[in-house]
Design a protein around this ligand. Structure first.
Ligand SMILES: [Zn+2]
Length: 224
């Protein structure tokens, strides 16, 4: 019982700790703290929020050759996988580069507030995350080449759709999955989950939310 109350208090604390002034009425109930012990499989979305000030301990800059963004840090393993993917793409005459990788919650707050100001909360939330709810804060995500919807029709996007999983990356917000992910299609936003999980997710056409659901079901079902 004590544990339950502690969890409850933690949830209340984390879900309201950095609510934007005047935005409180839009905060959804039932927001959980993202489980950082999941490592590269961490789930961060509209229902799972990172602890305030969360910053991965092993952020490294991406190889300059594959970077055109100001925010060019990824976790060490993801950065190595990203560089390898870019090198292999080059062999197929496909040129890839990062335009936005790790973002602190301070930067994300600024982006979110700007998006809300320009578009209103409802529209902004289809493409912009509240601080603490952005995958970019995990240091496992990169926006690649362009954040314009026309990117999906480029050879670079086609190459990524076919090969990214082989390097441990998944297209995190696929077309027609908005009701599950909470975001519209983002053909440029790739999330590192490691090769094994990426292949399972790609082969079964899952989202990261569905992948976690499947794992939970498997662990919950009684052994026979
Ligand atoms: Zn992104």
């Amino acid at each position: 019982m004590k544990g339950f109350f502690l969890c409850f208090l933690l949830q209340v604390f984390f879900s309201s700790a950095d609510t934007l002034p005047g935005q409180q009425r839009h905060e959804k109930p039932g927001i959980a703290v993202a489980d950082t012990s999941l490592g590269i499989l961490i789930l961060v979305n509209k229902e799972h929020k990172l602890p305030p000030g969360y910053r991965p301990y092993d952020l490294v800059p991406l190889e300059e050759r594959y970077n055109r963004g100001i925010m060019n840090l990824l976790r060490r393993e993801a950065a190595a996988a990203f560089a390898l993917m870019c090198r292999k793409a080059e062999e197929d005459s496909i040129f890839l580069w990062n335009i936005s990788a790790f973002r602190s919650d301070t930067v994300q707050r600024q982006l979110y507030e700007n998006a809300v100001e320009r578009n209103g909360v409802h529209r902004a939330e289809r493409f912009s995350s509240r601080p603490g709810h952005s995958e970019h804060q995990t240091g496992l995500t990169a926006d690649i080449n362009s954040t314009h919807s026309s990117f999906s029709r480029t050879p670079q996007a086609a190459w990524l759709r076919q090969h990214a999983h082989l390097f441990g990356f998944i297209e995190r917000y696929p077309r027609h999955k908005e009701d599950i992910t909470g975001y519209g299609h983002e053909p440029w936003h790739f999330r590192y989950v490691g090769v094994e999980a990426a292949i399972t997710i790609y082969t079964n056409k899952l989202t990261l939310e569905e992948y976690h659901g499947t794992i939970q079901e498997t662990t919950r079902s009684p052994a026979r």
